[in-house]
Design a protein around this ligand. Structure first.
Ligand code: SAM
Length: 247
């Protein structure tokens, strides 16, 4: 199977199921976005200002979908430029409506994440967000994505990585079993066909890293943790700086 085929399978063609997942807060968008927004607030993302303000000059949202997580994180912020990157036309079509309240210039890029990062020259956004998108990449590919992300970070930039994470030494199969059991008892509004769709997606296309793999890849890429904003038995939201970045 070639790379292109892998990525095509991970892309959402239809958005109503994920809308419901966000609306019902099944993937903790509310808690995660509040925690990330709080932690970004206490970070000085604007070198010209002496104190932290809720202003972002530029943010990239890798695997943005409909921008649901970004819109919640950025609610109440003033953002000059937002670029959402995704291959899903259904998701991208909703970006403008979801982001325009906090963002002056909303751009969408219908592009594969690696290609987008490869194509950018000389730009270091204040924030690079990847929310529930990188677990679609196999481990070797995540290494490449992380290295490309670091290339676009300066000492002030922050990388916000929100994703599913396996517990240490938990296999992918064990994680899936645990996650699907939780889903079957908690995601109660889904009808059987939707449950089946969720199960098929997770078992075929999701490759969450375990804690040790994740730390190894992050450190090899030159990223260091600033803060863990949110963590539960399935999801982690963590903010990174470039290694040896000076405040
Ligand atoms: C679970 S959704 C997350 C959406 C949003 N970031 C959020 O947190 O709610 C994952 C998104 O990543 C996109 N995606 C997955 N692999 C991708 C790739 N290689 N390039 C671009 N987008 C990708 C999918 O199309 C989908 O919209």
């Amino acid at each position: 199977m070639d790379d292109t085929t892998d990525y095509e399978f991970a892309v959402f063609d239809e958005w109503s199921l994920y809308d419901e997942i966000i609306e019902r807060n099944y993937m903790k968008h509310a808690e995660i976005s509040a925690a990330v927004s709080r932690d970004l607030s206490s970070t000085n993302l604007n070198p010209v200002n002496k104190i932290a303000t809720n202003e972002i000059s530029e943010i990239w949202d890798l695997g943005c979908g409909c921008g649901g997580m970004a819109a919640k994180i950025l609610s109440g912020w003033s953002v000059s430029k937002y670029t959402g990157v995704d291959l899903s036309q259904a998701g991208l079509a909703r970006i403008e409506a979801n982001l325009s309240a906090s963002v002056s210039s909303v751009c969408t890029n219908s592009c594969e994440i690696v290609d987008f990062l490869d194509q950018q020259v000389g730009v270091c956004p204040s924030v690079i967000l990847a929310s529930f998108s990188l677990h679609h990449f196999p481990m070797e590919e995540i290494q490449r994505v992380l290295e490309l992300i670091v290339k676009h970070m300066d000492s002030q930039s922050r990388f916000v990585w929100i994703d599913t994470v396996r517990q240490t030494y938990e296999t992918r199969e064990e994680f899936n079993r645990r996650f699907l059991l939780d889903i079957s008892t908690q995601w109660t509004s889904l009808v059987p066909e939707q449950m089946l769709e969720v199960e098929e997606h997770i078992t075929q296309y999701d490759f969450p890293l375990d804690q040790i793999e994740r730390e190894r890849l992050l450190s090899a890429a030159g990223l260091t943790s600033q803060t863990i904003s949110y963590q539960d038995p399935f999801f982690t939201a963590e903010i990174f700086t470039r290694l040896s970045a000076v405040e």
